[in-house]
Design a protein around this ligand. Structure first.
Ligand SMILES: Cc1cc2nc3c(=O)[nH]c(=O)nc-3n(C[C@H](O)[C@H](O)[C@H](O)COP(=O)(O)OP(=O)(O)OC[C@H]3O[C@@H](n4cnc5c(N)ncnc54)[C@H](O)[C@@H]3O)c2cc1C
Length: 743
């Protein structure tokens, strides 16, 4: 073990540069040293980024530098740990009295060896108000906006701007000012486990919101969060090949994959080692972050199961600041939960060890057809119907089809397959499999060109079949549903399913679908949504609106999608579900839908055990509904309660008895509440009309004296996350960005 002395050098730097806030770090000039900051190298079966940890000895170093504040960075089980305001129900927010001062932030920067970044939104170079204007950089950002790599390389950017509130959008001459919106305030650019431990301990002690960013792919921007400290996982890039790995239930090759590894890197490593890994189709989607934690569907799922089914063990920093291993032998609950039960809920995972399969061949095809002169609307739908009718056959063959059904210009409908992916198939075998479908299409007059190829490894087929997808739009909202196999086998159910899917397109929506199953089984006991297990299709629905639409209009379109267009999908899949990682931000009954009701209960009890103070939060994550909506909520006391409190019959009786004067006077609490309820300075506050009442015998009537009670410190529309544990309050989702405020 070696003590780290860089902290003292950083202290010197801090003393030299007392210029206020911590400086923003340029992404390009990042320090790649894994052992930076306070900590010690610990030996064990760890990846390079996992060896440098916070130990008891390193706590002493913290105390040497700043004995007063060092305990803010201590793990939960340390005797002299210190916390400021962690007993408060809500997280501290910028501007709150308990928000860390600049000097405390500098201490975090110091202890992490300069890894703290003060957020500068990705689009700031296009604006004049943050001192970051840079014409060339702005042009680059505009040019690359739809490229996922741009957003991955930025500490806070998310790929779907709707979910950071569309703040600071890049443009040649953008209107308005660049603000933080739903982005976190600070980021620890984590190089090692010690950085994560320091950030977690600090966030817990200071009662701050903590978010985790890997790539920013999540459909609902769940790697962002206003007023948060974020940890950025992109440096956890190591991949270790374990040729013969043994656990209680598995013996064979495995890969230990760092949390920052993306799909293409995983597949390149698997190719190098001559094995096959079960990951997503998207080349830049993070693998060992949100993907595996959320279940993870794969072009190989019909053959081998979900991504999370391959997990053998994982390393994780928990809310108390400990770094532990979870597997079928140790910390089993955590292992179960982090195998499909969602990211950003139970801890920060630093690596997953997963099964690797033998190298396999694969064949791919891509094609498309549209309505037009030779293909009528009816023929188009008959062709789509013919494909869906045969879905169980393709499922059984272990195939995966990734298709889109979208509206084009001049009222055309386009069906695209990119790709049809046939693992363990030669091209000849794939052609034989699709022959009945292609012949049905031919008889319908459907013409299409097929681009096809055959490969001796998954990597080759994947690279040939899956184009890089574009991101960055703020003009769509999605929802989705898993459709069970029986919906394609039972003729009555099939008719209803077909009508339900078609109705969404007829209404003007788009469909993105996957012919996919959750695997052939037997399934490991994990937290993967049970709706995956009998699935034959995962379908995503899309509603669009012009870029720059008002929040009101977006909210209206969102409601149309969720409440109207998606209802037929839910009606034909009772008790079914959807996929949380590609989710509807306003999914009804998200517990059942994303987790399955029974698994949700178990996940919630694990969450309470491993994260009792609610440090981790993910929108629609387990336990998330205990949080207050940050905007606050309008409330209105029912009229019945008003009548009751005034006791009108009592007044009437007094009047009949000939009594004179005032029968009752006073504050009527139950009758006061028409107004706003929200969170301010860490407390629940109410702002609204309050009533004083005078009731007269003679008149049999009451006089209300009302005044506006403003106990809310600010304007009430604050981007203020609150992690209230008050179960007595109405169940509301917590919002973190303007879109959620609007929806
Ligand atoms: C173009 C595109 C293609 C996609 N393809 C697929 C696919 O083929 N299969 C599939 O299943 N899904 C796919 N997805 C969805 C994808 O799985 C999710 O968006 C997933 O959450 C991405 O994880 P991430 O870590 O890369 O992203 P992020 O947005 O950075 O993180 C997602 C969530 O996981 C949390 N998280 C991230 N890292 C960690 C960590 N180390 N520990 C704990 N929590 C963490 C974050 O806080 C956040 O809540 C795709 C999405 C897009 C946009």
């Amino acid at each position: 073990m070696q003590a780290n002395i860089r902290v003292l050098g950083s202290l010197l730097a801090l003393l030299i540069s007392q210029n206020g806030a911590v400086q923003a770090a340029g992404v390009d000039g990042r320090d790649d040293t894994a052992n930076s900051g306070t900590g010690e190298v610990v030996q064990g079966n760890y990846l390079a980024e996992e060896k440098f940890q916070l130990t008891d000895a390193s706590l002493t170093h913290l105390a040497d530098v700043d004995p007063e504040h060092a305990p803010l960075f201590y793990p939960e089980n340390t005797v002299d740990k210190r916390s400021l305001g962690s007993s408060a129900k809500c997280k501290n927010f910028p501007g709150d009295a308990l928000w860390p001062s600049d000097s405390i932030w500098r201490l975090l920067d110091l202890f992490t060896g300069g890894a703290l970044i003060k957020t500068v939104p990705i689009g700031a170079s296009c604006y004049n108000n943050l001192g970051a204007y840079d014409k060339a950089r702005c042009s680059h950002i505009i040019d690359q906006w739809s490229n996922s790599s741009l957003h991955i390389a930025d500490p806070t950017s998310v790929m779907w701007p709707l979910y950071q509130g569309r703040t600071c959008q890049p443009g040649e001459s953008p209107s308005g000012k660049c603000s933080l919106g739903g982005y976190p305030s600070y980021v620890v650019d984590a190089h090692n486990v010690a950085h994560l431990q320091l950030a977690i301990n600090f966030a817990r002690s200071m009662n701050l919101r903590l978010v985790i960013k890997n790539t920013g792919h999540d459909f609902n921007g769940r790697s962002a969060g206003a007023g948060a400290l974020s940890v950025w996982m992109q440096r956890f890039k190591s991949i270790q090949y374990l040729k013969s790995h043994k656990t209680k239930s598995y013996s064979g090759p495995a890969l230990k994959v760092g949390a920052g590894v993306i799909g293409s890197e995983l597949y390149e490593a698997a190719e190098k080692y001559g094995v096959t890994a079960v990951g997503g189709e998207g080349m830049s989607v993070g693998y060992a972050g949100g993907y595996l934690a959320g279940g993870g569907h794969s072009p190989l799922s019909p053959l081998y199961g979900m991504g999370a089914d391959q997990i053998l063990s994982l390393e994780v920093v928990t809310a108390d600041g400990r770094f532990i291993t979870a597997s079928e032998d140790q910390n089993r609950d955590l292992f179960w939960a982090l195998s499909g039960g969602g990211g950003s809920t139970y801890g920060v995972v630093t690596s997953y060890t997963v099964k690797a399969f033998p190298k396999i061949k694969a064949a791919v095809m891509s094609f498309s057809f549209s309505t037009g002169k030779t293909v009528s609307y009816d023929a188009f739908w008959a062709a789509v119907r013919a494909y869906w009718e045969l879905l169980p056959t393709f499922n059984d063959a272990g195939n995966y089809e990734y298709w889109t059904l979208l509206h084009g210009e001049s009222d055309t409908l386009n069906f695209g397959m990119a790709p049809w992916f046939a693992p363990n198939h030669t091209l000849a075998e794939l052609k034989a499999l699709v022959a009945p479908l292609f012949s049905a299409w031919k008889s319908l007059g459907i013409q299409f060109n097929v681009v096809e190829s055959e490969h001796d490894s998954f990597h080759g087929a994947w690279a040939a079949g899956f184009p890089r997808e574009t991101v960055g739009r703020a003009s769509t909202k999605t929802a989705g549903r898993l459709f069970p196999r029986e919906n394609f086998q039972d003729p009555t159910k099939f008719n209803k399913t077909f009508d339900a899917l078609k109705s969404l397109s007829d209404n003007g929506g788009g469909l993105i679908g996957f012919g996919i199953t959750g695997g052939p089984g037997p399934y490991p006991d994990n937290a993967v949504n049970p709706a995956w297990r009998d699935a034959a299709m995962w379908a995503i629905s899309v509603v669009d609106f012009p870029e720059g639409s008002s929040w009101e209009f977006i909210a209206q379109r969102s409601k149309t999608l969720t409440n109207d267009w998606m209802k037929p999908w839910r009606d034909v899949t009772p008790g079914g579900g959807a996929y949380a990682s590609e989710a509807d931000v306003t999914e009804p009954n998200f517990k059942q839908s994303f987790y399955g009701a029974a698994k949700y209960e178990r996940l919630l009890s694990i969450k309470d055990k491993v994260d009792p103070t609610g440090l981790f939060y993910a929108l629609q994550g387990v336990g998330s509904d205990r949080c207050l909506k940050q905007k606050g909520t309008r409330f209105r006391t029912p009229i019945s309660s008003l009548r009751q409190s005034l006791n009108m019959s009592f007044i009437a009786e007094q009047r009949e008895s000939g009594a004179h004067g005032i029968v009752s006077a006073g504050y009527v609490p139950e009758a006061t509440d028409v107004g706003y309820e929200g969170v301010s300075r860490g407390r629940l506050v109410r702002a609204g009309i309050s009533n004083f009442v005078l009731c007269f015998y003679e008149l049999g009537a009451c006089l209300f004296i009302s005044w506006y009670l403003l106990t809310c410190a600010e304007n009430g529309v604050q981007q203020r996350p609150c992690y209230s544990r008050r179960d007595d309050l109405p169940v509301l989702d917590m919002s973190k960005s303007a879109v959620e405020l609007a929806l």
